[in-house]
Design a protein around this ligand. Sequence first.
Ligand code: SAM
Length: 292
Amino acid sequence: MTKSIATPYRTKALLQKHGLSLKKSLGQNFLIDANVLRNLVELLELSENAGVIEIGPGIGALTESLAEKARKVVAVEIDGRLVPVLREAFADCRHVKIIHADVLELDLQEVAEAEFSPGQDLMVAANLPYYITTPILLKLLHSGLSLRSIIVMVQKEVADRIAAQPGHKAYGSLSIAVQYYAEAETVMQVPKSAFLPNPNVDSAVLRLRIRSNPVVHVNDEPFFFEVVRASFGQRRKTLFNNLTHNLFPREQKEAVRSLLNSADIEPGRRAETLSIAEFARLSEALLELHRQ
Ligand code: SAM
């Protein structure tokens, strides 16, 4: 490799050389801005012992920078046309492994055990395919991998929803699903011109710093998330109305009201005003009634 792949000229030349056209259906908007790429890689704070999982390497724009700094890079690409291009580009890099797979189907624990050493400083970096951002992030967070951080390019609106705090319009069940496991922050806005072709939406880099333990303790995780989803059911409705419409039968209405009061959560509040700690308190208070 001589020149950076992440330039309009090199990207177009590589696509032409291999006779490739980009697939919108796979979210193929390739990064062609070397400054954005540099900033994204800096955010990873790669240590000497860094192991990076990249999702959707495309023709290797980000992979190339990761390979320069990390001890090991495992890149997972779904598009079989790009796999030989990547294998050729990284033929001399024994520490770069290209896996041809759909990341949503892949057993990430198995990959991590096979490719990284125990105790390796593990993280995920990606310019994500936007059509499946949320399932990918939730899969990573539920995977049980011991990741230090996840740094990803996503649609700006999704980054805002994930990083939103209580009281903000964008705060919702996705914010809580992610912030339960990670500290979330939008760290960089990225213009459409940084990609080939330009996407229709604005982009941003999202940084998730994975917590060693979930931010709150709950006795029944699936029920906690059920309570969160039910509470946000219809945003204009109060917490009480959402819970009694979406989660509990009519005959338990009064029991729900008194449990909310005893947990010191005013039933007339709206879900978007509750912190994660309050949702945890709420789900603990409602758990016994739910199990009846
Ligand atoms: N990393 C490259 C870059 O920044 O130029 C490409 C990023 S492009 C936004 C997203 C990439 O994800 C594409 O290469 C696409 O083929 C790949 N992709 C889409 N769906 C995927 C999936 N389910 N599993 C793995 N890769 C996927």
